[in-house]
Structures are given as C-alpha cells and as structure tokens.
Design a protein around this ligand. Structure first.
Ligand code: EPU
Length: 337
C-alpha cells in the first residue's frame, strides 16, 4: 500500500475533472482499508469508488482512498438461483457482462451503467424498468467507527428511487466492501416493457429475447443517447426526475398540456427532468468546454478540461430556470464536492 502525494483525480472521475488529491492510496483488501482507518496519520479521508456519480469542484485536501477491491465468488447455487458476491471495486458493466456470460439473469437491463459494484446500492442504480434492489440480496460494509464489517439485508438498506440508507442515516458512516446478488439460473424473468427496449427488439426482429439479447438492446439504446464517459466526460443523469403532487401537475398542464409524466401514487406524479430541461431550451447548449448533452438533456457534459465549479454553476442556472418557468424544483442526482 503506497501513499502518493499531489495526484490528479482526472482518471478517477467519469466527469474527467482535473482536481488534485493532497494524498492518494489504492486499497486492495479489507485489511488495508481497516489499517488506513485505524491509523491517525491522515485524519481527513475521502472515499472514491468508480467516480461515476460525482462532480469535483475543488482540490481534495485529504487522503483520497481509491477502493480497488476485486473478486467474484459464487456463494450458493440451486436449480433456479445463484447467489454471487462481488467485491466493491469490480467495474459494474464488466460484472454484468460476466453474469450474462454465465447465463445468470437479472442485471441485463442495467448494462453499460458506469461505476463500480460497491457504489451501486448507494443510489440504487436503475434503468429501463429495473433497479438494483430487484436482484440485491445483501451487502457487507465497514463500520468506520468500530472498524467491524457489518451485513445489510435488502430491507435494512431501505431502497427508494435513487436512494438508500447509505444516502440517508448511514451516510458517511460505512464503506460498502462487497455486494451479493440473487440472480436466476433458469426461467429468467424479462423486463422488456419499457418503450425503448420494445422498439429496439422489434427493430432487430427479436420476438423471444434471451437475457443476452436484452442486454444488447439496452447497450444499443444507451449508446445512441448517452455519451461514453471515455470520450466525453459526464456523470449520467445529473438531476433526479422530480416527483410532484397531482395538484402541482394539474397546474403545470394549464400551460403545458402535453407534459410527459408517470403516475407514482394516488397523489404523486413523476415528470421527466430531461423534458423540463429541453423545454427550457438547454438541450445541446454549450458554454465553451462544457454544456448540456445534445441527445439527452438530463446529462451535463465536460467536452475538454472544464472546471467542476463551472458545471456546478450551469446546474444552478438550469435549476433556477426550471423553477421560474415550471414552478418545479429539480434536485441533483450526482454528489457534489
Ligand atoms: N425527455 C425529453 N428530452 C430529453 C430527455 C428526456 O423530453 O432530452 C423526456 C421524454 O419524454 C422521454 C422521457 O423524458 O420519454 C424519459 O427519458 P429517458 O427514457 O431517456 O429516461 P430519463 O427519465 O431521462 C431515467 C434515468 C436514467 C436511465 C433512463 C432509462 C433518472 C434520473 N435517470 O432517465 O438513468 O438510464 O431513465 O431508464 O432516473 C442515470 O441515472 O445516470 C441514468 C442515465
């Protein structure tokens, strides 16, 4: 375990923001992680997983811990299900592809999401009608006060839309070190009702898709809409889709009768933030070396060496404009430092 000084974090965040870490260490085992947390040498620490859900707006005056725990284990297997434990530092998409190669079903709709396995439960990643919680079995996390590994069941994680206990009362108190998934080994349940998936499968004349074909369809949809962070810095959806009351939605419909929406409950309606941002005129707008993606307005992009604080300023301008036009508050989905 080697502690380095003054390291650029550009390769470690998908937004590609070039800020510096005062100190930096890559961690390969839970023992190393415990050793770092029990040492008094670096009182200020900053944990970095896949760096895919974070906007860095300043240098990090702390020890940045790059969690690089690797490995996958089959915990148990029956005729119908397999329990697989993946260490936190496995790349999410590579892990999903590995499960599909083994014909384990459940994660196919979550193909091509940037980031690592260990951060996936924090915001309960989701796409195309599926959320992480649907296949999540449990996770192991280091309690940063006691330095003991604790196990969290699905119920204990208290998952919600882009939300979990790790964003609420357990925030900053744990580091997830591994996640266990319950995946199907036969009779896979497919989730292909999401409009874009149905259309993609029809386009390829697939009527009875396999889990691998669903994954391919999802990859094609994502590649057509979302920028590849290896080419254009971004953090996926920058904002969450706002959930508003039915009354607030009726008020919106007076001026915007065609506003797209999904019913969440009797009194709650979700409005796509991408539509709000596009309608406000921001889609595809560039401001020098950063801007709003031209194919999906929910994604802010760094074209070339933009500063995190400029992207943050743009996000505030978007939030204020949306509030002024629609009287709706939109909240950032990414973590801002
Ligand atoms: N829309 C627009 N303009 C845009 C983008 C979207 O009008 O530029 C409207 C359209 O009406 C469209 C609707 O928004 O029908 C929904 O768009 P899309 O299917 O692209 O989904 P989203 O709500 O914008 C969410 C997730 C994505 C996930 C997709 C697909 C959030 C915050 N985002 O986006 O997740 O991939 O659904 O399931 O819930 C991420 O979290 O980083 C992410 C990419």
């Amino acid at each position: 375990m080697q502690i380095l000084d003054n390291i650029s974090l550009k390769p470690y965040n998908t937004f590609g923001i070039d800020v510096k870490a005062k100190h930096f260490v890559s961690i390969n085992s839970v023992e190393e992680l415990k050793a770092i947390y029990s040492s008094k040498e670096y009182p200020s620490k900053f944990i970095l997983g896949g760096g895919s859900n974070m906007l860095l707006t300043k240098d990090v005056n702390a020890l940045v811990i790059h969690l690089d725990l690797k490995g996958k284990t089959i915990v148990s297997k029956t005729d119908n299900y397999v329990l697989i434990e993946s260490q936190a530092g496995e790349n999410w998409h590579d892990f999903v592809q590995w499960t599909l190669k083994n014909n384990y079903g459940g994660l196919e709709n979550l193909s091509l999401i940037p980031g690592n396995v260990g951060t996936s439960p924090i915001q309960n990643i989701g796409a195309y009608g599926v959320e992480l919680k649907d296949t999540f079995y449990s996770c192991a996390a280091l309690n940063l006060e006691t330095l003991v590994i604790e196990n969290f069941t699905k119920e204990e994680c208290d998952f919600g839309y882009r939300n979990s206990i790790f964003k609420q009362k357990a925030k900053g108190k744990y580091i997830i070190t591994s996640v266990t998934f319950k995946l199907s080994t036969s009779n896979h349940t497919l989730h292909t009702n999401y409009g874009a998936i149905t259309a993609q499968l029809e386009k390829n004349n697939i009527t009875n898709p396999t889990i691998q074909e669903v994954s391919k369809a999802v990859i094609a949809i994502r590649e057509s809409k979302l920028p590849n962070p290896k080419e254009i810095g971004n953090s996926g959806s920058f904002f969450k889709n706002p959930v508003i009351t039915t009354d607030a939605f009726k008020a919106l419909q007076i001026n915007f009768p065609d506003a797209p929406h999904y019913i969440v409950s009797e009194n709650e309606i979700k409005v796509p933030a991408g539509w709000l941002i596009e309608t406000a005129g921001f889609k595809g707008k560039t401001f020098g070396n950063y801007g709003v993606h031209k194919k999906q307005a929910l994604v802010l992009v760094n074209y070339d060496d933009a500063k995190g604080k400029d992207i943050l300023k743009l996000s505030k301008l978007i939030q204020n404009t949306i509030y002024r036009i629609f009287n709706i508050s939109i909240e950032a989905e990414v973590n801002i430092f």
